[in-house]
Ligand binder design. Structure first.
Ligand SMILES: Nc1ncnc2c1ncn2[C@@H]1O[C@H](COP(=O)(O)OP(=O)(O)O)[C@@H](O)[C@H]1O
Ligand SMILES: [Mg+2]
Length: 365
């Protein structure tokens, strides 16, 4: 995991408390696409699974919020989520484990809800029934000491009450559009003029006015209500954590280090032809710089930039490699690929990620 200190810390403290058997508040993570939300969740999952002592004390399930929405439409989505925890606990502790022990383990589980922004209660002013039901379903589990739950057949099939107040919920979503909505509110919208332009002097010594907007400074609960997070649902989270837009240095690190980066995948492909794909240091930086121009894509932009460079080379790996079997990506190759693409399409996006500068609005725009 690169960067995202605040989110990592919040998660680490929550886990430490949880493993110590203390009460932990639920966490809501907001961060643009490719900022590392899913990566953080799976890192926690892996961490807990890798340590046998921890694995036996922590039952984790990760669900896509869309699935909760679908289950909400079929009824009993909360119960389905509990069932997942129970099944997972049974997997961990073995099928011989008494149901009381399994329920105890499940009721202290950790539930990751990914893409939680997909269960908005309204979209564009229209109510989103699946979203409303899914939020309600989560509400029935959060802080509830008596959730009616029908035991699976293998455990007798009767209906009992389960105390789910010990389940920790960590929800994450990109909340696409939230950034623009808040920016709009504090510039042209309801709180017009709240965000004041600042004077910035550029490299050439010229001064201009700029709006420096950071979601962190302006996000209010009301913005999330308007987005479609119900007040009751939001009130169940003790911490709302904003992930940062990844900068050039972070992206460079991810490109070089991340085991599931596009670079590793490309290297594996070329290696299967006996070709070693190398990226020079300066070329890697150039790639990171290009990717940083698309803050909305986060680290996903790396894959996109890399694809533009590498895909023309994939057809004939041996043909494009040097006699030593090495295919070296240097700055020239990167520049050539980017220039070629710039002619085809204008791939740079003008709107930014979570923290970045906008030109000051001209009157009447
Ligand atoms: N902070 C980060 N540290 C390391 N890798 C990251 C980070 N953010 C994104 N990535 C990489 O970018 C890709 C997309 O990240 P992901 O966590 O799925 O983003 P999202 O925030 O949209 O869930 C993954 O391949 C992941 O390895
Ligand atoms: Mg994700």
């Amino acid at each position: 995991m690169v960067g995202q200190k605040e989110a990592v810390r919040e998660m680490a403290v929550a886990l430490a408390k949880k493993l110590a058997g203390l009460k932990v508040g639920n966490i809501l993570m907001i961060g643009s696409s490719g900022s590392g939300k899913t990566t953080l969740m799976s890192a926690v999952e892996e961490l807990l699974a890798a340590n046998p002592a921890l694995a036996l004390r922590s039952t984790v399930v990760r669900v896509h919020a869309n699935v909760l929405g679908e289950e909400a439409e079929q009824g009993h989505p909360g119960e389905k989520l509990l069932r997942r925890l129970l099944d997972r606990a049974r997997q961990q502790l073995g099928p011989e484990t008494p149901i009381e022990k399994l329920l105890e383990q499940a009721s202290h589980g950790l539930v990751f809800v990914d893409e939680v922004d997909k269960i908005r209660s309204q979209v564009g002013g229209q109510p989103n029934i699946a979203g409303i039901r899914a939020q309600e379903a989560l509400l029935t589990l959060i802080e509830n000491e008596a959730v009616p739950f029908t035991l699976p057949d293998w455990a007798g099939g009767e209906t009992i009450n389960v105390d789910s107040s010990g389940v920790l919920f960590v929800c994450a979503g990109a909340f696409e559009g939230l950034y623009d909505a808040v920016f709009h509110r504090v510039t042209y919208g309801k709180d017009q003029g709240a965000l004041k332009p600042v004077t910035v002097v550029d490299e050439t010594g010229r001064a201009h006015e700029e709006l420096q907007f950071s979601l962190r400074d302006w996000l209010k609960h009301e913005d999330l209500f308007e987005y479609g997070v119900s007040p009751q649902f939001l009130s169940r989270f003790d911490a709302v954590v904003l992930l940062e837009a990844l900068g050039e240095d972070d992206l460079l690190k991810i490109l070089a280090e991340s085991s599931d980066s596009g670079l590793r995948q490309s290297q594996a492909y070329f290696a299967s032809f006996g070709v070693r794909l190398e990226v020079t240091e300066s070329a890697a930086r150039r790639i990171a710089r290009e990717a940083a121009k698309q803050p909305r894509l986060g680290a996903r932009a790396l894959k996109e930039v890399l694809r533009r460079i590498v895909s023309p080379l994939e057809y004939d790996p041996k043909g494009v490699a040097g006699p030593d079997g090495v295919l070296r990506i240097d700055t020239d190759r990167v520049e050539a690929a980017l220039a070629r693409d710039a002619k085809d399409t204008d791939s740079s996006s003008s709107v930014g990620g979570w923290d970045q500068s906008y030109p000051a609005p001209s009157p009447g725009s």
